[in-house]
Design a binder for this molecule. Sequence first.
Ligand SMILES: Cc1cc2nc3c(=O)[nH]c(=O)nc-3n(C[C@H](O)[C@H](O)[C@H](O)COP(=O)(O)OP(=O)(O)OC[C@H]3O[C@@H](n4cnc5c(N)ncnc54)[C@H](O)[C@@H]3O)c2cc1C
Length: 450
Amino acid sequence: MKDLIAALPPGRVIVDPDVVGTYTRDRTYLQPGQAVGAVLAESREDVVTTLRWATEHRVPVVPRGAGTGLAGAATATDGCLVLALHRMTAITELSPDDEIAVVQPGVITADLDRAARVHGLMYAPDPSSYEISTIGGNLATNAGGLRCVKYGVTRDSTLGLEVVLADGRVLNTGRRTMKGVTGYDLTSLFVGSEGTLGVITEATVRLRRAPAEPPATVAAEFGSLRDAAAAVAAIIAAGCQPAMLELIDRNTLQAIDDWKHIGLEPGTRAMLIAQSDAADSATATARMAKLCDENGASFTAVSSTPQESAELVGIRRLAYDAKERLGACLVEDVCVPRSALPDMISAVEAAGDRHGVLICTVAHAGDGNVHPVFIFEHGLAEPPEHVWAAADEVFRAALALGGTLTGEHGVGMLKRRWLALEAGPVVADLHQGIKAVFDPLNILNPGKAI
Ligand SMILES: Cc1cc2nc3c(=O)[nH]c(=O)nc-3n(C[C@H](O)[C@H](O)[C@H](O)COP(=O)(O)OP(=O)(O)OC[C@H]3O[C@@H](n4cnc5c(N)ncnc54)[C@H](O)[C@@H]3O)c2cc1C
C-alpha cells in the first residue's frame, strides 16, 4: 500500500477501515468483505497507476461507481482494493451537431440528461436510480430504465469507450460515428461486463432529440395483476409506442401509500403507468387509456398538465425506497418475452403464496422486465431458505417462459448459482476464455458476473 500511496497524487488512497467501509457495499443485503483500501480516482492516469500496482502485487480490484447496484457486483471482497470512479465527473464534450457526448464514468446519469436538454437533446437511458447512479455503473451493468421501452438500454446509446485493462494498458473501442463495423464489437462486450474485463474511464454516448412537447401520462388501476399485464400486451400489440410502460403491484402500492398517502383504493391490485412523448401524445394516451378500460381497469386517469404527468411517474420512482421500509430486500430482475408477461406475473404470485413470502413487484412491463422484491427480516446475513426457494421458482419460471435471469441489474454475486441453468457449459467456457484474454491474473472483480 505504501508503494500505491507514493505513486498516486495525495489524497487518492484511503486506508482507514471505517472510511474504506463506506465504499464497500452496494444496495443489496450482502455483507462486504474487508478491503485493504480504496482509491478515489480522479483521472485515467490514477486508474492506470492503480491497475499496474494491482497487477504487480496480484491484488484483486473492485471497480465502483455510486454503489447503487442491486446484484452485489460492487460489493467488496476480502483483501480487495476498491477503485472508486465517482470523482471523475467531467462531461468532456457535448456535440449537438453530432448528437454525442464524451463523459467520464463518475457523471451522474440525470446530470448528463440535464446537460443534453440545454441543447434540445436527451440522454435516453434512465434507470429509476438516475439521480444517484453513475454512467460508469450504468455501462458496466448495461442499465435499463423507464424510457427503455422506446429508446433501448444503455448499450443502445453507447458508441465507444476508453478502458484501462488489468495490466494498465489503455484500450479505445468503438467510434464517434452513428455506424461502424471495424473489427469485433468490443464496446458491446464491455457494456454489461460488470467490471470484470476492464475499468471504463471515458465513454462516447449517443444523444437523441428531446421530444418537443412534454410527455403525457396515463395511470390505470386494476382489480388483478393479470388484467394489468393483459393491458400491457394490448398496448404493445396496438402499436401505441409508449415511452414508458410500468406496472406496480398491490404490495408495492401499499408500501408507497403507507409512506406517502397516495389514496390507494381497497380493491386496487395493480397500477399501470403509461406515457407517450410523441407529437400527438394526447391521441396516444387516450388510446392507451381506452385499452386499459377494455382490459378491465377499474379507474383510468390521463394527465392534463406536465406537472401531473411528472407526479404520476413519481409514484413509480418511489417504489424501491418504499419497499426498503418493509424489511431487507432480495431484488430480482427476470425478463421474459412481452407476450409471456401475464404468465410471469402469475408465477411470481404463486411462488409468493406457496412459500409464504411477501413479494412486492414492479415491472418495466413494456420490456417484459419484472422486479419481484422478496422481503425478509432486517439483520439476517442471508435471506431465509423459503425466500431462496421462492426466488428459485421465479428464476425457473422465467427460463421456462423463454426469458432470462437478469434484464438489467446484472449477475453480480447474487445470481451466479443460477447461471448454468440459462447459459450452459459452452457459454461458460467461452466466458472464462474471454476473461483470461483481458484479465489473465483474474484481478478484476473476481467472483462476479460469470
Ligand atoms: C432505487 C433504485 C432504483 C434502481 N432502478 C434501476 C433501473 O430502473 N434500471 C436498472 O438497470 N438499474 C436500476 N437500479 C440498479 C443500479 O442503479 C444500476 O445497476 C446502476 O447502473 C449502477 O450504477 P452505479 O454507479 O451505482 O454502479 P455500482 O453499483 O457502483 O457498480 C455496478 C457495477 O459496475 C461496475 N463499475 C462501476 N463503475 C465502473 C467503471 N467505471 N468501469 C468498470 N466497471 C464499473 C462495478 O464493478 C459493478 O460491477 C436501481 C437501484 C436503486 C437503488
